[in-house]
Design a protein around this ligand. Structure first.
Ligand code: NAD
Ligand code: MG
Length: 400
């Protein structure tokens, strides 16, 4: 199909799982997409390879030593990519005049500022960084509206819902005849593990997801089902869906990526092999469809699809996320920050798997119901919750 000049893209978090899948899609369509800038925290080697392949105008690293190493590598290779360092540079590459779209694929709250900068600058924002939206909810959606940005979900469930909603959907489920939003969840690696075994699971076991290959933080979130909890809050903000119409359905095959149940009894689902290049390509080319390198779905090979109710005793994080969404105010920011701290401590063998929900619950108990109506208030709630979580972490016996 004929189209205009290539769209210029900034990838925030280019070296991560989503960043690499994004560049895989870009490489398949050099006529459509051009890389303007790439960012990473400290993986300069991987970023160097990406810079040499995609020749962006800018490369941003968070770590100054890594930035110096990248600059030396680029110089040796005769590259003209300019290396920048630090938070302000991230905002710049997300909001630069020359940029058409921004893939927000930094993990955690660290992604909020540049993603918000892209929204304020009216970019096409491809949102993978769900934590940014959980943290800042209303503020983020207000920035999208005020900046005239187009917000497209990359999270596979939300991209599926986006595809199952009417084209002119205006964040009003009632007007669109939506009865329920059905978020599917694989249940992660411990869906059927004996409950008594959960206390002793290792980071390696928690990161071994049955269907998806992802970064370590989101892999642990999938094992606790906090990932689904964050996604419930994400769906609330993206689609204007009240907590009461969002239902989580455990579907171990991860073939149906989510569904919308309408008042007339129709349930519209989006299916596909579990490969993030599908939602990435969908959002990048929207409203067109492009090849993404994804294997066609073979229904005969799959043969059956199973569904279960989530077990809230096994997965208390899912219950905590619903509670935080209903509580509103600072609660979702506290939930997210406490989770980030607890997951990092678990990955470093400093706490056990079951300490994760216990720490988050303790932090939520301390959180007030004050409204968070500014970015400063969001970051204050985030910082406060991190302190509470760190205190909880040090109180626990060190794991091996
Ligand atoms: P990842 O850990 O593989 O990659 C994270 C990227 O962010 C890396 O490029 C890293 O350099 C960068 N980064 C890390 N800390 C940073 C910081 N403090 N400042 C700046 N950059 C930093 O993570 P991922 O699995 O690609 O996930 C990225 C985001 O996408 C997360 O928010 C995750 O929840 C979401 N997501 C991922 C998947 C998936 O399949 N991987 C699916 C849905 C949503
Ligand atoms: Mg998801």
């Amino acid at each position: 199909m004929a189209h205009s000049a290539p769209r210029r893209l900034t990838v925030l978090g280019a070296t991560g799982s989503i960043g690499q899948s994004t560049l895989d899609v870009v490489a398949r369509h050099p006529d459509r997409f051009e890389v303007f800038a790439l960012s990473a925290q400290r993986q300069h080697d991987k970023l160097l390879g990406q810079c040499l392949q995609f020749a962006p105008r800018y490369a941003v690293l968070g770590d100054p030593t890594a930035a110096a190493q990248l600059a030396a590598g680029l110089r040796d290779a005769g590259s003209r990519t300019e290396v920048l360092c630090g938070e302000a540079a991230l905002d710049d590459i997300a909001s630069a005049e020359a940029v058409d779209m921004v893939m927000a694929a930094i993990v955690g709250a660290a992604g909020l500022r540049p993603t918000l900068a892209a929204a304020r600058a009216g970019k096409k924002v491809l949102l993978a960084n769900k934590e940014a939206l959980v943290l800042s909810g209303q503020l983020f959606m207000d920035a999208v509206r005020a900046g005239g940005a187009t917000l497209l979900p990359i999270d596979s469930e939300h991209n599926a819902i986006f595809q199952a909603l009417p084209v002119d959907y205006a964040r009003d489920p009632v007007a669109a005849g939506v009865r329920r939003v059905l978020l599917t969840a694989s249940g992660g690696p411990f869906r059927t593990a004996p409950l008594a075994a959960l206390a002793a699971v290792t980071p390696e076991q928690a990161c071994a997801h049955p269907n998806w290959v992802m970064g370590r933080k989101i892999s642990v979130d999938s094992a606790t089902m906090m990932n689904k909890g964050l996604e419930v809050i994400e769906a609330h903000w993206l689609f204007g869906a009240p907590a009461d119409i969002i239902e989580v359905v455990v579907h171990p095959q991860s073939v149906i990526h989510s569904m919308v149940d309408y008042a007339d009894g129709s349930v519209i689902a989006q299916l596909g092999n579990p490969d993030m290049r599908t939602p990435i390509a969908n959002a990048m080319a929207w409203p067109e469809r492009i090849e993404a390198g994804v294997r066609p779905l073979d229904l005969f090979e799959i043969a059956r699809l199973d569904f279960e109710r989530p077990d809230l005793e096994r997965f208390p994080c899912l219950r905590l996320a619903f509670e935080a969404l209903r509580a509103g105010g600072a609660a979702p920011a506290v939930l997210n920050a406490a989770n980030e701290e607890a997951v990092a401590a678990f990955l470093e063998h400093r706490i056990g798997f079951l300490d994760i929900p216990a720490i988050i619950a303790a932090c939520l108990e301390r959180s007030g119901t004050q409204t968070v109506d500014s970015l400063e208030a969001v970051f204050a709630a985030d910082a406060c919750a991190r302190e509470w979580a760190r205190a909880e972490i040090t109180r626990r016996p060190v794991c091996r």
